[in-house]
Design a protein around this ligand. Structure first.
Ligand code: GDP
Length: 364
């Protein structure tokens, strides 16, 4: 084969002169070697109490870690913070992707921080493990709040099951309260079980809904609507305004059919436009009204107490589950028993019974 003729051009690329690095090698290696400062438990605690956001963020990272050393430091920090926690208003915000959660949080968040209150925005997104990177609580989604000195935005912890993610968020609430945050938003995407988890850690539960999209489409189950203390129909602006008002009337009618709430509060349906900043103040006033009512009838404190019990039991269940399933001793026995169940050699109940007997015998 003939050798292809080289392309000749005056625009030949010459090997240039190598440019010196913009940052000296020493500085680069210094940066690489620089380790994050490690604090003692009391330094973490004092930093959190001072409202030092860097230290708070690092403590939350410890809470989110599953490394045994981190877990034990995190528990010590939480223990110190507990007496200083509980003073915020905890608000759960849920709704399907696209309903306008982040735009709404920007708008309501701005209202809260401009009144001088400190706001923390946390998120529970059990899907973030799969999607690698949180889709919720992302700073790029809340551009104004993310540079607001009175706001702190923390994306969802990404590791583990929903129960694990939720427990970490609950512990993060304690740290944020000890750091002096007055209002805490816990945002979640309304497509699954996460609403129940959020509901178990907040005082007020706000469901955002779109007008004109069926409940089915929005993945909103009756149970979730029943949990809501307020439903806000979003994007009530422009051509959508009429539809939003109609949806408000329909949902108000539907809420009347639900049994009375234990809190003594009658859930409301409101409309808002985060884009036009309308109806946002009314939602905040409603929240404040709810808190005042439930504090005066003592439901607020009762509810928090029962939430604490729920989390105690939830933590025990999770620890026992992990101890059983994650121990090397049990793993091969479980695998073996699974095979036998699949081959119809043993019933599920007998298999479970045998495994539990072995497990408890090992513990004695
Ligand atoms: P999220 O996925 O629930 O966090 O929803 P986003 O806040 O990201 O909003 C989804 C889309 O709805 C974006 O294109 C927003 O610009 C739009 N959107 C959000 N709030 C409003 C609103 O009040 N009015 C209108 N017309 N559009 C809105």
């Amino acid at each position: 084969m003939k050798e292809e003729k080289k392309f000749e051009s005056a625009l030949e690329v010459k090997k240039g002169v190598e440019q010196p690095p913009v940052i000296s090698k020493e500085v680069v290696s210094g940066l690489k070697n620089r380790k994050k400062k490690k604090y003692t438990v009391s330094e973490y605690f004092e930093g959190i109490r001072r409202g030092d956001i860097t230290i708070l963020s690092q403590a939350i990272t410890l809470v989110e870690s599953s490394h045994p050393k981190h877990v034990s430091i995190a528990q010590e920090i939480i223990q110190l913070c507990i007496p200083y926690s509980g003073n915020s208003v905890r608000i759960g915000i849920t709704g399907v992707p696209g309903v306008g959660k982040s735009t709404f949080i920007e708008s309501l968040g701005g209202l809260i921080t401009s009144g001088g209150q400190k706001l923390a925005v946390l998120a529970i997104d059990p899907s973030s493990e799969k999607s690698k990177g949180s889709i919720l609580g992302d700073k790029t989604r809340m551009e104004t709040l993310s540079v607001d000195r009175n706001a702190f935005i923390r994306p969802s912890p990404s590791a583990g099951s929903l129960g694990g993610v939720a427990r970490k968020t609950r512990e993060t609430i304690i740290l944020c309260e000890a750091a002096g945050f007055d209002v805490i938003f816990v945002e979640t995407v309304g497509v699954g079980q996460s609403e129940t988890a959020v509901h178990s850690m907040v005082d007020f539960f706000l469901l955002l809904m779109l007008a004109g999209a069926g409940d089915e489409l929005q993945g909103i189950k009756r149970g979730i609507m029943e949990m809501a203390d307020t439903i806000a129909i979003t994007k009530a602006d422009g051509n959508n305004l009429k539809k939003a008002q109609l949806a408000k009337a329909q949902y108000s009618g539907a809420l009347h059919l639900f049994p009375p709430t234990e809190s003594g509060w009658i859930p409301r349906v409101l409309t808002c436009s985060a884009m036009e900043n309308s109806g946002i103040g009314e939602i905040w006033n409603t929240t404040v009204e709810f808190i005042e009512l439930t504090k005066s009838n003592n439901w607020f404190h009762q509810h928090r107490k029962s939430q604490s019990l729920y989390w105690m039991h939830e933590t025990i269940r999770a620890r026992i589950r992990d101890d059983f399933y994650l121990s090397d001793d049990m793993r091969s026995l479980v695998n073996d028993m699974e095979r036998q169940v699949m081959e119809d050699k043993i019933s599920s109940f007998v298999a479970a019974q045998k495994l539990l007997e072995i497990y408890f015998a090992k513990k004695c």
